[in-house]
Design a protein around this ligand. Structure first.
Ligand SMILES: NC(=O)c1ccc[n+]([C@@H]2O[C@H](COP(=O)([O-])OP(=O)(O)OC[C@H]3O[C@@H](n4cnc5c(N)ncnc54)[C@H](O)[C@@H]3O)[C@@H](O)[C@H]2O)c1
Length: 366
């Protein structure tokens, strides 16, 4: 933690610079993009107090003023170039529209800044690979904002699966739907399914071999507002992802069906986000004729493990700062980001070809 935080006076971060000799925090961090999501980064970074200066950057004056009113101690900037040229700024969060992630992150990395790019990392695998190369060349941290990989319920799912309690995974089914927050530059798959893909890849510990995707646009031509993806994994595992900006209900639910037990993660449930169902199907081991073949269903207990709730963004924020301070590779590094983009890229191709199965391209770097 910043040793000098008690010296800080709102509105003047530079004023305490003379007393920095004992600090363990960073000189400065910045957030570029103060639209819907960026202010959450500002709030968390401001709370953490692990950098002497916090700069909030947006092209839009109203967005900057809003942040200025909410967080008087935060410096405001209208220019990405000023952030790039500021020698104090060691880490930058990029929370701009998806299509701008690559050019903005690349410039920052070339300037030697460590960068956290909001999800998805980029709009193509080639762009993602380029970002990883530039980050490595400049010895900068590159992290992707896969928020759910830092969320306690998702980590609990991973923990339960790792114990073998649910057995072999048969399939995963995920729905993320609600009414609204249409994005301008990307379709609903690039916006919402990114979360499900990152969760599923983390839980499966591997990338699917092929993907198919169907979708339709109803309000903006060429920008699908509803989509259904199928992720085909080795070992006969399939994952279904249904995403929509056009649904009367807010649904955030993932079901994992295993050979022994079943898991349900409902992010809208305030108290029991994760449930383990001791339910399943048993096949009679020995039978002589087809008529003897029988399935029996097991309806056992439902258990909801305790999940310690912390804001995922807070955990993600701390991890980013830790990685910069200690020169560590983030849990969700550039390669993790590329794998998710490789699935989205295949999904896009499938969407344009009427839902055909498209192989997922393996990244050419590791
Ligand atoms: N991790 C999550 O749970 C989560 C949730 C929502 C959004 N996001 C991601 O956050 C990012 C932003 O989404 P949003 O909904 O806040 O978008 P938004 O359109 O509301 O905001 C984007 C902001 O970026 C600014 N901007 C664009 N180009 C800029 C530039 N060159 N320099 C400075 N500012 C610039 C715009 O003026 C705008 O204020 C997207 O990548 C999105 O996928 C992540």
């Amino acid at each position: 933690m910043n040793q000098n935080s008690e010296l800080r006076v709102d509105g003047d971060y530079r004023g305490v610079n003379s007393a920095l000799s004992e600090r363990t925090g960073l000189r400065g961090v910045a957030v570029v993009g103060l639209g819907y999501w960026g202010p959450n980064w500002i709030r968390n970074l401001n709370q953490l107090q692990r950098a002497e200066r916090l700069v909030a950057c947006d092209l839009d004056r109203e967005r900057r003023e809003r942040i200025g009113n909410m967080f008087p101690g935060v410096e405001l900037s209208s220019s990405l170039d000023d952030v790039i040229e500021d020698p104090d700024i060691e880490g930058v969060v990029v929370a701009t529209p998806v299509g701008t992630h690559y050019p903005i992150a690349r410039q920052l990395l070339e300037a030697g800044k460590s960068v956290l790019v909001e999800k998805p990392l980029a709009t193509s695998v080639a762009q993602g690979e380029d970002l990883v190369r530039v980050a490595r060349r400049n010895r900068a941290v590159l992290m992707v904002g896969h928020t759910f990989e830092y969320s306690a319920p998702v980590l609990k799912l991973a923990e339960v699966i790792a114990t073998g309690e649910i057995g072999e995974i048969f399939y995963i089914s995920s729905t993320r739907a609600n009414l609204g927050l249409f994005q301008r530059d990307v379709n609903v798959a690039w916006d919402l399914a990114t979360h499900d893909i990152s969760i599923i890849l983390m839980l499966m510990g591997r990338t699917p071999e092929a993907v198919s995707c169907q979708g339709r646009s109803h309000y903006r031509e060429g920008v699908e507002d509803v989509a259904m993806l199928e992720l085909h994994f080795s070992g006969n595992v399939i994952a279904f992802i249904h995403v929509s900006w056009l649904d009367p209900n807010k649904i955030r639910r993932t079901t994992i069906v295993g050979s022994r037990k079943m898991l349900v993660y409902d992010d809208t449930d305030l108290h029991e986000k994760v449930r383990i169902y001791d339910k399943g199907v048993s096949v009679q081991r020995y039978y002589d004729t087809y008529a003897d073949f029988q399935l029996s269903y097991r309806y056992g207990d439902v258990h909801s493990p305790r999940v310690e709730e912390t804001e995922p963004l807070h955990v993600e924020c701390e991890h980013f700062i830790d990685c910069i301070e200690h020169g560590q590779e983030p849990r969700t590094d550039g390669l993790v980001g590329i794998r998710v983009v490789s699935v989205l890229e295949a999904a896009n191709q499938s969407l344009q070809n009427g839902g055909t199965l498209v192989p997922v391209v393996r990244p050419s770097i590791d």
